[in-house]
Design a binder for this molecule. Structure first.
Ligand SMILES: [Zn+2]
Length: 270
């Protein structure tokens, strides 16, 4: 499932293909994904020039000179395909640029979304309304986390997954960050002392940045015909490693709460 680093990598991969390009063809191939695709998408975007790309939480942004921004979410299984050999049943949006590049948004499970929003009212796009700060941005700090945790009960793991507190963190990255910061996932967030919150903020930033870096180094693959944007392998220290040994001499354990796995080391995470 694509998380923030995969979306960031995808946006960086799309940037050289789309930025400055006029879109000569934009063709939705069905009426909906998780929610309806705007029926006027083709009309509003055909002939527009892409002026910039960006990301907010797990949403990718493609801005045009018509004052609109196309917002995509990759859901559980979405990815962009460059120069596909053929258009398949799961290619739900087809784009062609004036320089002849073709790409499709492919999403077999269709939990993704496509929205078109006036760029000057992006902040009013409902999914963006209550998002917390970006984990790599300047507002995600230990004092911020202390204040955000103060009024809430609950374990630190659930609090970090709460998009109102910090935007775009998913299960894998939260497990990894807590492991690196040596904080037990069940610790009450509001009881964590400032020095440990500093460690947690650093761990989140380092892990997200390293994942984006790893994605960036695999970007060359995307330039190949039929290359796929959106996923890369990562060797995790805790996630998916139940029963394996932790660097501290303990063993990684797995716990399942409401269908979600938590991987942690009971020895070094306290
Ligand atoms: Zn350990």
């Amino acid at each position: 499932m694509p998380e923030l680093p995969e979306v960031e990598t995808t946006v960086r991969g799309l940037d050289p293909v789309l930025r400055g390009q006029r879109l000569v063809l934009i063709e939705p191939r069905r009426a909906d994904l998780r929610r309806p695709i705007p029926p006027d998408l083709r009309q509003r975007m055909t002939g527009a020039t892409v002026t910039g790309l960006g990301r907010r939480a797990k949403y990718g942004l493609i801005e045009t000179d018509r004052g609109d921004t196309l917002i995509f979410h990759l859901g559980m299984s979405g990815r962009w395909r460059l120069e596909p050999d053929e258009i398949g049943a799961h290619d739900h949006l087809l784009i062609e640029t004036a320089s002849g590049r073709r790409l499709t948004l492919n999403d077999p499970r269709r939990f993704g979304s496509l929205d078109l929003v006036p760029t000057d009212s992006l902040a009013a796009f409902p999914p963006f309304g209550k998002l917390g700060p970006e984990p790599l941005g300047p507002d995600f700090t230990a004092p911020y986390l202390a204040a955000a945790f103060a009024g809430r009960s609950g374990p630190v793991k659930s609090l970090l997954l709460d998009q109102h507190i910090v935007a775009g963190l998913g299960n894998i990255y939260v497990c990894e960050a807590l492991h690196q910061a040596r904080i037990a996932p069940g610790t009450a967030g509001r009881r964590i002392r400032p020095a440990r919150l500093e460690r947690l903020v650093s761990a989140v930033r380092e892990i997200i940045a390293a994942a984006i870096e790893a994605g960036g180094s695999s970007l060359r693959d995307y330039a190949q015909p039929d290359g796929e944007l959106g996923y890369f392998f990562k060797r995790w220290r805790a996630y998916g490693r139940e029963g394996e040994s932790c660097g501290c001499g303990g063993r990684i354990r797995r716990r399942v709460d409401s269908g979600r796995s938590t991987f942690y080391c009971p020895r070094c995470q306290r």
